[in-house]
Design a protein around this ligand. Structure first.
Ligand code: G3H
Ligand code: 13P
Ligand code: ZN
Length: 331
């Protein structure tokens, strides 16, 4: 068993408290490889933002759990070397069992999500409570979820949103003693969050998706005041990246995300954590495709992964500075 504290990581408690008071949200960026991790740390050090490094069970299988743990430990040292000891959380994204959460905690994670959102309410409560009781012995914070996002939640596929029922949140938080709660208000995972027929067109002909259900968020805030709320599925799907991918041989169709103004608005509320994965995937893929298409003789991976890393860094800087507002809050 290794404690995250020995690795120089922090849990989410203090940074969420500050985010709530300061009306901003902490970025939770997924990572699977070295370039993504470098880009996240470079951007967050430069912008002086706290950060949550997020690992899904798919990432754990892809990259190997031991390597990921040492990479997170390396991230702490790397940030110091770059000149700013920013708060870094190592978080399990969409944990689907007690055993997985336990294993991550033993490996040095400082925060875990137990996603029982697809279970009947009482089973979600029981599973979340069990994880919380275990995690809190080690001062590890736990995120639960109520409501189901449309799209793909790791292994769980849902056709439609089941919006969070505000009348359940108080009871859930009290019974489970969870530290933060992910809710479903219209976001979803992946790059195809809305169908074009669900959207309207603005004066410039740009597709505008239906707004998030801020009424549900407000009602949740009223029932559990000051409690940290999490938004999953919060990529904005930058159209310039989609176009670049398609220009260089990609075939992305109807890729539509959450408008950034809505995330900015959410970040000033009780939403303390905003999850972004797909936007990073798009930025990286666009950069790699551009190099491979324009320099067909290139075969050194550093020559396409390097530009991909730079593009990712720009994306993350933009998110923390202009969307989430966490830049400058790393002290
Ligand atoms: O919520 C899902 C994240 O985007 C992680 O995706 O399970 O493909 O690693 P993944
Ligand atoms: P996106 O697919 O919108 O980036 O959401 C990521 C996420 O919620 C990870 O848990
Ligand atoms: Zn998610």
């Amino acid at each position: 068993m290794v404690s995250y504290k020995e690795l120089g990581l922090v849990n989410s408690r203090e940074i969420f408290k500050k985010a709530m008071e300061g009306k901003y949200a902490i970025p939770a960026f997924n990572f699977n490889n070295m370039e993504q991790m470098q880009a996240i740390i470079q951007a967050c050090v430069e912008a002086k933002s706290p950060v949550i490094l997020q690992v899904s069970s798919g990432a754990r299988k892809y990259a190997n759990q031991t390597l990921l743990r040492y990479m997170a430990q390396g991230a702490v040292e790397y940030a110091k070397e770059l000149g700013c000891n920013i708060p870094i959380v190592l978080h399990l994204d969409h944990g689907d069992s007690f055993e997985l959460c336990q294993s991550c905690i033993e490996m040095g994670f400082s925060s875990v999500m137990i996603d029982g959102s697809h279970l009947p309410y009482d089973e979600n409560v029981a599973l979340t409570k069990k994880v919380v009781e275990y995690a809190h012995q080690y001062d590890v914070t736990v995120e639960g979820e109520l409501g189901v996002l449309a799209g793909i939640e790791d292994a769980v596929v849902a056709e439609h949103h089941t919006y969070t029922r505000p009348e359940e949140v108080e009871d859930f938080v009290r019974k489970t003693n969870v530290d933060s709660l992910a809710i479903s208000i219209g976001t979803s995972h992946g790059a195809n969050k809305f169908k074009p027929e669900q959207c309207t067109r603005n004066a410039d002909g740009v597709l505008v998706p239906p707004p998030l259900r801020f009424d549900i968020l407000k009602e949740v805030e009223k029932r559990i005041p000051g409690f940290p709320i999490v938004l999953h599925g919060s990529s904005s799907v930058p159209q310039e990246e989609v176009e670049k991918i398609n220009r260089y041989g990609g075939a992305l169709k109807d890729a539509i995300g959450i408008p950034e103004e809505q995330l900015r608005q959410a970040a000033t509320s009780a939403v303390c954590k905003i999850n972004i994965d797909s936007d990073g995937r798009l930025a990286m893929t666009a950069a790699v495709r551009e190099v491979l298409a324009t320099k067909p003789a290139e075969f050194d991976p550093r020559k396409y992964l390097g530009p991909a890393r730079d593009s990712l860094k720009q994306l993350y800087m933009h998110k923390v500075r202009n969307v989430l507002g966490s830049a400058g809050h790393a002290e």
